[in-house]
Design a protein around this ligand. Structure first.
Ligand code: GDP
Ligand code: MG
Length: 453
């Protein structure tokens, strides 16, 4: 149905195959395609714009791995940024803040038809069963519907309660939402429930009377969790919904429903960007067990319309790091260290935000690590060093002693740096290669390790 992002980027990047680093112009061109993909996935415009800006900064200057295309590389960078923005791979997922003096109160809010009542029953079912993905202990749950607007809304929750074997607050005709909330809290306390779930009335759109009601209920019940329930099919309106609800009540999380449908899940990104709150659950069907912990990496893949490319690039990156490490070990054994080795180390520093295990033992690199930690060397400097090495001829890289004053001028010009910068790089290389020779004298890496005990 959709062109995959990598197909689109393929065209943009064909001419780039085999080149070293992603330039700003290349990245910006690719990011235009990324932006279209985000909008097609229903990410709200201002959110897409913001996100693309951040991802662009990350992508510029990154090296293209040998076995993937630049397009694939950009997709991976975008994907990683997206996963991070959606909460990261180690997102807490389905955790609710329930460790308070009982009852812990969970309030559900959202537009009419978004799936509040269904999700209330789904969460209640999960909590009362315990175990599951969070390994939680079973909890005694009470549900109460505060929806006096829609006919039979309270009966709907009672029916669901019977289905999932969770207690519901007895219905008292004519009672207003705030009074029902008060009665529910009282009942939960008296009857020793661990958790009280409050299902509120929906609104067709953001309506001030209902907003007032929601605020009043929140004031009375003082919930630990206020979850905004949003239909994954919400498109550009997502920003409005998120803004309005989060201005009225202190949201603690979001539930995205109808993730079983065609939605590409762009609403997730909009919700996250606007509310800043974690997306905790995803509804994946009408059945009452169709609730999952929200999974950022899966949803990122869905938003971008790809998953294979990401794992391909991950594999390629792993393979290359392995190659680097092996090459480094054999160079160490020979006491050799040329500009290619330096570049490999710089690449590792960039990837790891510090030093590789091997390089950590080399005095020259230790200094660089300290400089990096203190903020004196940042990513940009590493990129500049890489650019200088790129501007050297293969011969110069293998035999840095060839680099005389004239060659330094050429290298500086080619990399947009100064001769002073080139000198600094040369000095760093010299320190490191001297250190390598010392290591060789001590009997190589093994000898050094032995000495260190
Ligand atoms: P409320 O007005 O916010 O309380 O919404 P309801 O809980 O009454 O849900 C409205 C409709 O959406 C019902 O028919 C539900 O079965 C359906 N629904 C809720 N969550 C999901 C979901 O995750 N997937 C699908 N396919 N349908 C859902
Ligand atoms: Mg409802």
């Amino acid at each position: 149905m959709f062109d995959s992002l990598s197909d689109r980027l393929g065209g943009v990047f064909d001419r780039l195959r085999g080149r070293g680093a992603l330039t700003e112009a290349d990245v910006r061109q690719a990011m235009r395609e990324v932006r279209v993909a985000l909008l097609e996935a229903d990410v709200a415009l201002p959110v897409a714009r913001d996100f693309v800006e951040k991802a662009t900064e990350k992508a510029i200057g990154q090296n293209v791995l040998r076995s993937v295309t630049p397009g694939q590389q950009v997709v991976k960078i975008v994907n990683d940024a997206l996963v991070e923005m959606l909460g990261g791979d180690d997102a807490e997922g389905a955790t609710l803040q329930l460790d308070v003096a009982p009852p812990a109160i969970v309030m559900m809010v959202g537009l009419q038809g978004s799936g509040k009542t269904t999700t209330t029953a789904k969460i209640a079912r999960r909590l009362s069963k315990g175990g599951g993905m969070t390994g939680e202990k079973p909890r005694r749950v009470l549900m109460a519907s505060l929806d006096v607007n829609r006919p039979a809304a309270q009966e709907q929750l009672a029916t669901l309660g019977t289905q999932v074997e969770v207690a519901t607050l007895p219905i008292v005709a004519g009672q207003q939402p705030v009074d029902i909330a008060r009665r529910a809290v009282q009942a939960a306390k008296l009857q020793g429930f661990d958790v009280l779930m409050l299902d509120t009335a929906g609104r067709l759109h953001v309506d001030s009377a209902l907003m007032d009601e929601m605020r009043a209920v929140a004031d009375v019940a003082r919930p630990q969790e206020i979850l905004l329930v949003v239909d994954a099919l919400t498109g550009q309106d997502a920003v409005n919904v998120a803004t309005n609800f989060s201005e009225q009540v202190p949201l603690t999380g979001v539930v995205l429903t109808r993730m079983d449908g065609d939605a590409r899940g762009g609403a997730a990104l909009s919700m996250r960007a606007v509310t800043g709150k974690p997306i905790k659950f995803a509804g994946v069907g009408e059945k009452l067990d169709a609730l999952e912990a929200f999974q950022p990496s899966r949803v990122a893949g869905r938003i971008l319309g790809m998953g294979d490319v990401v794992s391909l690039v991950e594999k390629a990156a792993e393979a290359i790091q392995q190659e680097d490490a092996e090459r480094m070990a054999s160079r160490l054994a020979q006491g050799k260290f040329d500009m290619n080795d330096l570049r490999a180390q710089l690449g590792q520093m960039r990837r790891m935000g510090g030093l590789g295990a091997l390089a950590g033992m080399i005095p020259g690199m230790k200094k660089a690590q300290a400089a990096m930690a203190s903020g004196a060397v940042d990513e940009k400097i590493l990129l500049r060093m890489d650019a200088m090495i790129t501007s050297m001829t293969p011969k110069e890289r293998a035999k840095p002693e060839l680099i005389n004053a004239k060659r330094k001028i050429r290298i500086a010009k080619g990399s947009g740096t100064t001769v002073q910068d080139v000198n600094k790089l040369m000095k760093m290389h010299l320190e490191m290669s001297t250190a390598m020779k010392k290591i060789k004298k001590m009997g190589g890496l093994k000898g050094m390790m032995a000495m260190l005990g």
